[in-house]
Ligand binder design. Sequence first.
Ligand SMILES: Cc1cc2nc3c(=O)[nH]c(=O)nc-3n(C[C@H](O)[C@H](O)[C@H](O)COP(=O)(O)O)c2cc1C
Length: 203
Amino acid sequence: MDSSQFKADDPILEIKQERERARDARDPLTDVCYLVTVASADRAEARALTLRDITDRGVGVLINRTSPKWQQLSQSGTATVLIHWPSVRRQYRIWGGIAPIEPERVDAYWRRKSHGSKLLEHYYTEFSSQSARIASRQEFLSGIESLRRRYPERDAVPPPQSMAGIYVVPREIETWHGSEERLHDRRLFQKTGNGWTSLTLVP
Ligand SMILES: Cc1cc2nc3c(=O)[nH]c(=O)nc-3n(C[C@H](O)[C@H](O)[C@H](O)COP(=O)(O)O)c2cc1C
């Protein structure tokens, strides 16, 4: 599909359609995004996250409330998400506020998680918060093993309260369409009441 076929005034629709193209091209980054948060005046922090959904509400990710990123999101109320799909030469920079994902969607994400990933979510509240410093990997693995004894079946692990689904709700979306000649096409979309305005940017 040629990019000119996309509805130019809806960047969310474009991102959803390009994600399908990236998936078809088996792009290993189809389900990856990078979340950037403000830790302090002289420090931004970035990390890769699994990209769950892109909906008209925003870009959905799952994070744990014990983590530094949760603290940073709670304090600033804003975040930037970067998405890059090399297979289709697309980059999206999305800046906006934060809103909770509907509980039924979070439940569906939980059901798809691997056994280890579910145990890890419990580790954060039962042993040490995410990104805490611990004495050794052995200490971590023995905590996981005790959780595995308590929850031997993947499907029977209950979702912990500390798991949060959040949308980054776009106020601005910058689109980048890569061109072979390096004369890329960049646009800035800004949210209005119920639509978008767009401007062209120097690549
Ligand atoms: C491809 C990939 C996907 C990841 N997905 C998640 C995720 O969905 N949620 C999460 O909390 N951490 C995820 N991580 C780990 C984070 O990058 C990060 O190490 C962790 O969340 C700690 O972040 P913080 O200390 O900044 O809060 C992922 C890492 C990679 C490389």
